[in-house]
Design a binder for this molecule. Structure first.
Ligand code: PMP
Length: 374
């Protein structure tokens, strides 16, 4: 048998050979999309802080005030002693924002997806997942013990075909997709998906991690989950749904029941950010406008969200392009398999209300020169 050490070394060597080994790089994020790596100041296009609220003085003050008043941690799970009233206030506001009866805050978006699906589906049930859905949607589906089937990306006729084929043999069915896909930035046809799902008596869970505050138009699903860590600039996850579904999850979502409650400061920051998001709609419009400016400059397909992929292909080439951009003063991290399918390594460019047009033009100019697109 391999020793633990030789097992780990051999695995690492394999990753290294394919340019797929990850390394942690100390990164200091500042206000206005600034970042610092190795003592160098960079403009970051790799943050999910789409509205620039993680450094907003009002959001920071809300977090500071909550830490001073309520402490650094929750001190227990929500069902024991960790259910600070600020979490309940945040849940009421999230539900109002999404137009649902209720909401439930989780420790993170990842934990939300790991808890929601297994609480609603199990052996004997069917779960249809978009092939490009986030790892935690897949994780929740697999944990449930239901039959899990991959749906071709954003392909409603494939969804209809799979439901027609498999629905009858299963007790319940769920459809899992994202409003805005995290690594491609494209939007799902939610209205069409809801229609097909209804026709086959299937429930729809939409992951709105990258949509909230940026891409708000369009129909909403009965199950809408997301994160407090992107446009809300804080940390944590949530599900918005009917009161009965939320009440069931309070008792049955294992990633809710058996984990410590979110720190009150994270909830206070997210609550303040949600207030700003609703009060300042022009802030939410800006990332998409900047993303469209960028795609127009580079002749790329028009951006549908704050996320724009610049496809490269091989992992090594994506790393080299990212390094060249860093040398030019931009932080644009390369995304490699298995986060994206093999052969589709890319730069993932994320736009924020904290960017200005000159920064976007500068990035587009450097990228055009580096890739011969100019
Ligand atoms: N869903 C999607 C689509 C995501 O992109 C992410 C985070 N990258 C998550 C869920 C997980 O959210 P969190 O970071 O709050 O765990």
């Amino acid at each position: 048998m391999d020793s633990l050490e030789s097992f780990a070394q051999a695995k690492l060597a394999g990753l290294e050979a394919g340019a797929l080994r990850r390394r942690l790089v100390p990164t200091l994020r500042g206000a206005e999309s600034s970042a610092e790596r190795g003592g160098r100041a960079l403009v970051s296009f790799s943050c999910n802080d789409y509205l620039g609220l993680s450094h907003d003085p009002r959001v920071v003050a809300a977090a500071q005030g909550a830490v001073a008043a309520f402490g650094a941690g929750a001190g227990g799970s929500r069902l024991v002693a960790g259910n600070h009233p600020v979490l309940t206030r945040l849940e009421e506001r999230l539900a109002r924002h999404k137009g649902t009866e209720a909401a439930l805050v989780f420790g993170s978006g990842y934990l939300a997806n790991l808890g929601i699906t297994p609480a609603l589906a199990g052996p004997g049930d069917l779960i249809l997942v978009d092939e490009l859905a986030h790892a935690c949607m897949w994780g929740g589906a697999r944990l449930s013990g239901a039959r899990v089937v991959s749906v071709r990306h954003n392909d409603v006729s494939d969804l209809a075909r799979l439901l027609a084929e498999h629905r009858g043999a299963h007790r319940r069915a769920m459809v899992l997709t994202e409003r805005v896909f995290s690594m491609d930035g494209d939007r799902a046809p939610i209205g069409d998906i809801l229609g097909v799902a209804e026709a086959h008596d299937a429930w729809v869970l939409v992951d709105d991690a990258h949509g909230l505050g940026v891409v708000e138009a369009g129909p909403r699903a009965p199950l809408e989950m997301g994160t407090l860590s992107k446009s809300l600039g804080s940390y944590g996850g949530y599900l918005c749904a009917s009161q009965a579904v939320i009440d069931l999850l309070v008792s049955r979502a294992r990633s809710f029941v058996y984990t410590t409650g979110l720190p009150p400061a994270s909830a206070a920051a997210a609550l303040e950010a949600l207030t700003i998001l609703e009060a300042e709609p022009e802030r939410g419009a800006k990332p998409l406008l900047l993303a469209r400016r960028f795609t127009a400059r580079l002749g790329l397909p028009e951006a549908e969200s704050a996320v724009v992929p610049v496809l490269v292909g091989e992992a090594e080439a994506a790393l080299a392009l990212s390094a060249a951009l860093e040398a030019a003063g931009f932080l644009v991290v390369a995304i490699r398999p298995p986060t994206v399918p093999p052969g589709t390594a890319r730069l993932r460019v994320a736009f924020s209300a904290a960017h200005d047009a000159a920064q976007v033009d500068a990035l587009a100019g450097v990228l055009a020169a580096l890739t011969g697109r100019s």
